[in-house]
Design a protein. Structure first.
Length: 405
């Protein structure tokens, strides 16, 4: 520790004191709570509702994330090992042309390109681990009404309870209450799309390949599931189409998905419940919206799921923040927070811009631009060095990604 600061003192019986108070126990908040507790710090984690594991009718949770090798490594360093479906290859193709992009783990120099993990299973595993740390207090059904600042602490007022902490970390998702209470409005970019997420059973096995096909009105991804013929689907599309496809009879939906994916895995034979989500990209700035308050995960930014980056960016935030706070006596005062805010805002802006650009380029429908796009994709696919660099960046292992966390 750099300097000695007096411990925070409880001022009323309804108060709890801590070095860190994390608001939101989703994937990012729960993992960060473990990372900080392992440093021996006093941590409070406030969550508004207890997580409940939901497996779909086909035996796999509907909401999934693609964990990058960098995220997997960080979680493994916290002794969190998640079993998911490994991605060994990726095949990107489109409806309006013949150019394809192929990536595999060998060229990235990694054992695999990532793992498809059920959100609920990951949260479940993280929550199982939370109870192992006596210096970590979990508060369930926690509300947040008001944030008050003093010179040496920030006070989080719920209904009938208060947490006095050195640093409040918002990990409470895209509609962050912490952010709202600091008076910060994120900058929003409407993508004009909704995502339809589900799980399907396919005729052919996925063999660890993730497919992404760009259709005229948005990309559809088929991601390896936990059984050889189970596949997670994330289909980005205009809202009217998403609602129409959500309401289709099972057989009609399976036929439409088979056509949309050019039957790359044969016929789609069965489908689970279909969930839809509006796709809005957003950036919250500043990432330190008030003294001793910092934003992480989806509270800091939301990116289009087309590159499967969302929670990986959240884990990058968590890893950097945990590292910066490791040696500071008063984490709320640390100069390192400025560096966190600078690096992570830069990374958020870069990825939101990249996702908008990709969405724009794949939205071209006129013959000239379509030809240009196909020529560009073919060129990239032939350049092994360019492909290698793109892949390493997407996996969170390239120099640009590493410099931002
Ligand atoms: C269709 C779709 C597909 C996606 N696919 C991928 C993918 O393949 N790869 C990827 O990396 N990302 C993907 N994402 C994004 C990913 O799901 C998010 O980035 C991730 O869930 C963010 O995690 P988080 O912990 O920051 O927030 P959340 O998961 O939103 O968790 C926030 C937590 O805070 C709690 N909370 C909220 N308010 C309060 C409060 N006031 N007090 C206490 N607790 C509170 C909530 O109950 C919740 O538990 C996808 C998103 C969508 C919509």
């Amino acid at each position: 520790m750099s300097t000695v600061v007096p411990p925070l003192e409880i001022e009323s019986s309804s108060e709890l004191c801590s070095d860190f108070c994390i608001v939101g126990g989703g994937m990012v908040g729960a993992a960060l709570a473990i990372a900080l507790a392992r440093q021996g710090r006093q941590v409070v984690l406030r969550e508004k509702q207890a997580p409940a594991f939901k497996s779909g009718t086909l035996g796999m949770g509907i909401r999934t994330v693609a964990l990058s090798p960098a995220s997997e490594a960080w979680l493994a360093g916290l002794d969190i090992r998640i079993s998911g479906a490994l991605i060994h290859r990726m095949h990107v193709f489109e409806a309006l042309g013949t150019a394809v992009l192929d990536f595999d783990a060998d060229e990235a120099g990694t054992a695999h390109l990532g793992a498809i993990v059920e959100n609920d299973r990951l949260v479940d595993e993280l929550w199982r681990q939370l109870s192992q740390y006596p210096n970590l207090t979990v508060q369930l059904d926690a509300s947040l009404e008001r944030i008050e600042h003093t010179a040496e602490a920030v006070l989080l007022h719920g209904t009938g309870d208060v947490v006095r902490t050195r640093l409040c970390i918002a990990a409470d998702g895209a509609a962050s209450t912490v952010r709202r209470l600091t008076g910060t409005e994120p900058q929003r970019f409407d993508t004009g799309q909704w995502a339809l997420a589900t799980v399907v059973r396919t005729e052919k096995p996925h063999e660890g390949c993730a497919y992404q096909r760009f259709l005229e009105d948005g990309p559809v991804a088929l991601l390896p599931g936990i059984e050889p013929d189970l596949v997670a689907v994330v289909w980005s599309q205009p809202p009217d189409q998403a609602h129409r496809r959500q309401a289709l009879a099972h057989g009609a939906f399976c036929d439409e998905l088979s056509r949309a994916t050019a039957s790359v895995l044969g016929a789609v034979k069965a489908v689970d419940q279909r969930l839809t989500f509006p796709l809005v990209q957003q950036i919250s700035a500043p990432l330190l919206p008030a003294p001793r308050v910092v934003l992480t995960g989806d509270a800091a930014r939301v990116v289009h799921p087309l590159a499967g980056m969302g929670v990986n960016l959240g884990f990058e935030d968590a890893a950097l923040l945990a590292d910066l706070c490791r040696a500071s006596a008063d984490p709320g005062e640390d100069q390192g927070l400025q560096s966190y805010a600078r690096k992570r805002l830069w990374r958020s802006r870069a990825l939101v811009t990249l996702m908008s650009t990709l969405q724009g380029i794949y939205g071209w429908r006129q013959p000239g631009p379509v030809w240009l796009r196909n020529a560009g994709v073919r060129f990239v696919n032939r350049q092994s060095l360019v492909r290698h660099q793109l892949l390493r960046e997407a996996l969170g292992l390239g120099p640009v990604a590493v410099a931002s966390h």
